[in-house]
Design a binder for this molecule. Structure first.
Ligand code: CDP
Length: 229
């Protein structure tokens, strides 16, 4: 029987979202990308003119935010709408400014506990593929299937560059993306609260050199062999 909770973690731009969305579609599960919540909180802090270094203010703001993920309302390549207090921030949360500030915001324990509580509530409803950095370790440690998806930093930067160019953003270079990916990984792995790491019982997949279809097929094999949650 299929596991009803699937946790997918891994470093920046490792293909988690693409794999998770494809898998959720095949299984008829909800796909939930927790990164959008950290990105929305970061966008809101920048939008309100807060100093990202002001932990108390950023935490209080995050606790007050209404972040929603809904089916896509616009046919512009988006997988879903992200709303922050009713404002459509689907593309704004992918800006270089948010890329540069999201990992420092994600270090704050108060920000994490506010968002983790919401993620756990969604996850425990079941039939969900949840993606992030700490899903298998902190958010849903009871998930019967945990995947840690990795790839070399260079491969990940190449993939992210293709994504940003596909949506018409020509402002970013391979080098700037590679720097951001490495910088975020260092902060995400080094933080004290819920650092990026594979859960002891996660299956690690290095997707360097593998196509999306090959990775999805590998994960589907794992789904088929798992006992029911
Ligand atoms: O898509 P990409 O891999 O570039 O990043 P993301 O999944 O959208 O996450 C953006 C940032 O949010 C990460 O670099 C982490 O700092 C943070 N994050 C986190 O701390 N915990 C999560 N469960 C998800 C994201």
């Amino acid at each position: 029987m299929k596991p009803t909770l699937i946790a997918i973690d891994g470093p920046a731009a490792s293909g988690k979202s693409t794999i998770a969305a494809a898998l959720a579609c095949k299984l008829g599960y909800l796909y939930f990308d927790t990164g959008v919540m950290y990105r929305a909180a970061t966008w809101a802090a920048l939008d309100r003119g807060l100093a990202v270094s002001d932990e108390a203010a950023v935490t209080a703001l995050t606790e007050s935010l209404q972040i929603d993920v809904k089916p896509p309302s616009v046919d512009d390549g988006r997988q879903y709408d992200v709303l922050c207090d009713g404002v459509d921030v689907t593309w704004a949360i992918r800006s270089p400014e948010v890329d540069a500030n999201v990992s420092p915001v994600s270090v704050y324990p108060g920000v994490r506990s506010a968002l983790t509580a919401q993620q756990r509530r969604i996850g425990l409803r079941g039939d969900v593929v949840m993606v992030g950095r700490d899903i298998g370790t902190v958010v849903l440690p009871e998930a019967p299937l945990k995947i840690y998806l990795d790839a070399s930093a260079e491969e990940r930067a190449r993939r992210r560059l293709r994504e940003v160019q596909a949506r018409g953003d020509q402002s970013q270079t391979y080098e700037s993306i590679l720097d951001n990916v490495k910088h975020r990984d260092a902060i995400d792995s080094g933080r004290a609260t819920a650092p990026l790491k594979a859960a002891p019982d996660a299956v690690v997949i290095d997707s360097t050199g593998l196509s999306v279809d090959e990775v999805v097929a590998r994960v589907e094999q794992l789904v088929a062999r798992e006992p029911e949650a």
